[in-house]
Design a protein around this ligand. Structure first.
Ligand code: SF4
Length: 364
């Protein structure tokens, strides 16, 4: 049964696959970059970033030699910057310890920063034609439905049962295409809700379809409720330029508008405290100019944007020193960095998503 099923899914994939740039290459490095970008990011978003990143860093060695700030700038807008930092560190390891060639077997791949079990199996099968089972949420959904395997999406029991079947099915011709076929089926047909069973190459053999309840596989895991929180963002402007600082919550690796928690302070007070921290003036920030929500995996933030106009003239009158020098002095004291940037340059920096949202409102 498994062999027939595998053949049907593979044939369907070869006839229906989407044309994606990483499917047009055999270069292991390019495939690796695509797999890392596709972690936590949608295919449609990744395409443009993938092409730009490979134009900037066409080889492992080019990436290994790059400055981290340039790698992060090339990743700007894609989010989850830890992926870019790990990719960069892994490229340096590959250049140093593997003569610039990506290892082929999953255990050695897994030893590289940012490569977990799934990514190692995906690279080994797609780039090197190894029979390796890449199991992620998509594959768990597809195989739990086809085989009628019960359990919550995150349960170890279900994962083990899926892995056992996935490993068996990974044996056979075209291992790379097989890995992508399962992914493609999960992404375009066997959708989390309302799967398109009428278009599915596995429909005749699918236990969940026969039972008439595909949506119930896998069972939903108990939802983790993100914590609510309130923060103020200070939008300091000098004409069209805005003031950004490196984010201490992200080891100063990304840029953000200065922010403060509103849990313990009133907004006006928090805004004044931020203003004094960076400029040592009694300027009065105004706000809120905008209020918006921004959800992350762990938090449901409400952001208030307060603004402050800090043109050179104003500063000369108030303190006799330009804002850049003052800001640099203040930020140096906090072991971070600060910059005044215009709209164009913002998009070349790794900037936090909440700040991009605030700036979009300010610049529109
Ligand atoms: S028949 Fe439906 S539920 Fe079963 S694998 Fe195909 S799309 Fe998913």
């Amino acid at each position: 049964m498994s062999r027939d099923l595998r053949d049907s899914i593979l044939r369907w994939y070869l006839a229906n696959r989407r044309r994606l740039p990483w499917r047009e290459t055999r270069d292991p490095y390019a495939i690796w970059v695509s797999e890392v970008m596709l972690q936590q990011t949608r295919v449609e978003t990744v395409v443009a970033y993938y092409e730009r990143f490979l134009r900037t860093f066409p080889t492992v060695r080019a990436l290994a030699k790059a400055r981290e700030s340039d790698v992060l700038a090339s990743w700007s807008g894609l989010g989850y910057y830890r992926r870019a930092r790990n990719l960069h560190a892994a490229a340096q390891l590959v250049a140093r310890e593997h003569a610039g060639r990506l290892p082929q077997d999953p255990p050695t791949l897994r030893a590289l920063p940012g490569i977990g079990e799934y990514t190692a199996a995906a690279i080994a099968s797609v780039a090197f034609g190894r029979a390796a089972a890449a199991v992620d949420g998509n594959v768990i959904r597809v195989l739990s439905r086809i085989h009628g395997l019960r359990g919550t999406r995150t349960s170890l029991r279900l994962r083990r049962a899926v892995l056992e079947r996935a490993e068996r099915m990974a044996q056979g011709p075209r291992p790379g295409d097989w890995t992508q076929a399962l992914m493609e089926l999960g992404a375009t047909v066997c959708l989390p809700r309302e799967p398109l069973c009428g278009r599915c190459p596995a429909s005749r053999r699918c236990a969940a379809r026969r039972a008439g309840t595909p949506d119930r596989y896998p069972e939903p895991a108990a939802a983790v409720k993100p914590r609510a929180g309130r923060r103020l963002l200070l939008l300091a402007r000098d004409g069209r330029r805005v003031f950004l600082v490196t984010d201490p919550d992200d080891s100063h690796a990304t840029w953000t508008l200065p922010y403060a928690s509103l849990d313990a302070h009133r907004p006006a007070r928090a805004a004044r405290a931020l203003s004094r921290r960076y400029w040592d003036t009694d300027y009065q920030p105004e706000g809120p100019r905008a209020i918006f929500r921004h959800r992350t995996f762990s938090h449901d933030w409400t952001y208030e944007v307060w603004s402050l106009s800090v043109g050179l003239a104003g500063f000369s009158e108030a303190r006799g020193r330009p804002p850049e020098r003052a800001a640099r002095a203040a930020s140096a004291a906090q072991a971070g960095s600060a910059v005044w940037v215009g709209e164009r340059r913002v998009h070349r920096l790794p900037v936090r998503a909440h700040t991009l949202k605030a700036l979009k409102r300010a610049w529109k």
